[in-house]
Ligand binder design. Structure first.
Ligand code: NDP
Length: 245
């Protein structure tokens, strides 16, 4: 695992938006950030999952989170601009954004990739990330120090047979991260990506249905890197893809 010792309350006074906060790695990251003192904005597709996490955070007597129900497949540029304006009016700034939500599509030979699935994967994993980043960067610039974190994959810098649209979308994600990181070098904003590595979630189960799930890292296991990139300990890190495992 990425070697980082998490200290109590290391995210206090920070407001962090997490996409895909209802399940898997995003849910664990949102809960972990809340436990470390941050106020969390939970963005996701399935409202009931976001509400369940909201209730869990309230039951733990942590800072009250906000819920943003948004389907990245259908959301428009205006939706993201409106969301950013609401965040500024409610919270004043954003200290961190974890762009975690994505879709796998289907694993299939390249010649058999369905155009609709290719387009959906690009919409959710690339276009929505670009629109989110574009709308949220001005809000991140209102913070003293801010961190924008993209989510890549082992197939995000080395292509692999049958990983088609998903792999292509993660290459684009890493490219987007590097472009933004270079533009904002020497600013208050640092921009990086995480490669979580094989992690026990629904997405992993749909990619590898037959594997032994007990051998996999859990979302909780990989949190050190997710926390590190949101704390001031990572202020000097920019334009990097870091492995959580
Ligand atoms: P899950 O499928 O378990 O969770 C994905 C989350 O994203 C869910 O909360 C889901 O919401 C949300 N989401 C999916 N589509 C949309 C959409 N259209 N609009 C809004 N939210 C959406 O995935 P993981 O936790 O495994 O993956 C998290 C990230 O890590 C992804 O970017 C993935 O590519 C990456 N990753 C994961 C690996 C692994 O082994 N697990 C390995 C490498 C990378 P809902 O539950 O409501 O559908």
């Amino acid at each position: 695992m990425f070697d980082y010792s998490i200290t109590e309350n290391c995210l206090s006074n920070k407001t962090i938006l997490v996409t895909g906060a209802g399940a898997g790695i995003g849910r664990e990251a949102a809960l972990t950030y809340a436990k470390l003192g941050a106020t969390i904005i939970l963005l996701g597709k399935t409202v009931s999952k976001l509400e369940a996490l909201y209730d869990e955070i309230i039951a733990l007597k942590l800072a009250e989170p906000a819920i943003v129900p948004l389907d990245l497949k259908g959301a428009t540029k205006q939706n993201y601009i409106d969301m950013s304006a609401t965040i500024v009016s409610q919270f004043g700034k954003l200290d961190g954004v974890l762009l975690n939500a994505s879709m796998l599509g289907e694993l299939t030979p390249f010649t058999q990739i369905h155009e609709q699935i290719f387009n959906d994967v690009m919409q959710v994993n690339v276009t929505a990330q670009y629109l989110l980043a574009q709308a949220l960067i001005p809000t991140l610039q209102l913070a003293d120090k801010a961190s924008l974190v993209f989510t890549s994959s082992g197939v995000g810098n080395q292509g692999r047979a049958f990983w088609g649209a998903y792999s292509i979308s993660k290459f684009a994600t890493e490219g987007m991260m590097q472009v933004i990181a270079d533009e904002y070098e020497n600013s208050n904003l640092r921009v990086n990506a995480i490669n979580p590595g094989a992690t026990k979630t629904n997405m992993r189960a749909s990619a590898y249905p037959a594997e032994d799930k007990e051998a996999l890292a859990t979302p909780a296991d990989i949190m050190p890197l997710y926390v590190y990139l949101m704390t001031n300990d990572s202020l000097a890190v920019n334009g990097k893809t870091l492995k959580a495992q």
